[in-house]
Write a protein that binds this ligand. Structure first.
Ligand code: THU
Length: 140
């Protein structure tokens, strides 16, 4: 699980910067893009609560901003007693750039606890394939 270890280190480093004064719940996330590069982020809350963003959203945004469009592996880390899986909205965010088979590692204090596929987290998902007429830039 050497590759997951790299993702875990990146997600933990980002988590250390989490801005979560309202929930007190720090989350880190990392995605590995097609190039092999890793993009990581933390949750960023807001006084207007719904405006806050999840760690996964930040990691995906960083990947897209760097010119990449494919997530080949993802990881989310928190330190709650129960391992934290991506929220529903973040499952959909991952779906945009990942496949059913993409591994999503769930990590806690002791490291990766379980690895699930995106399809397990978000079965029968709605995705880009449902919008065949969409104007998509395939290559950044
Ligand atoms: N959070 C994430 O960053 N990712 C998840 O997958 C679950 C929840 C954040 C959002 C909020 O800042 C805090 O955790 C508590 O919900």
């Amino acid at each position: 699980m050497a590759e997951a270890a790299e993702l875990l280190a990146a997600a933990r480093a980002a988590r250390a910067h989490a801005y979560a004064p309202y929930s007190g719940f720090a989350v880190g996330a990392a995605v590995r893009a097609e190039s092999g590069r890793i993009y990581a982020a933390c949750n960023v809350e807001n006084a207007a609560y719904p405006v806050g963003t999840c760690a996964e959203a930040g990691a995906i945004a960083a990947m897209v901003a760097a010119g990449e469009r494919r997530v080949v592996e993802a990881l989310v880390v928190a330190e709650s007693p129960q391992p934290v899986t991506p929220c529903g909205a973040c499952r959909q965010r991952l779906r945009e750039f990942a496949d059913d088979a993409t591994p999503v590692h769930i990590a806690g204090r002791a490291g990766v606890v379980v690895t699930l596929t995106l399809a397990t987290l978000l079965p029968h998902s709605f995705g880009p394939q449902h919008l065949p007429n969409a104007i998509r830039e395939i290559d950044p």
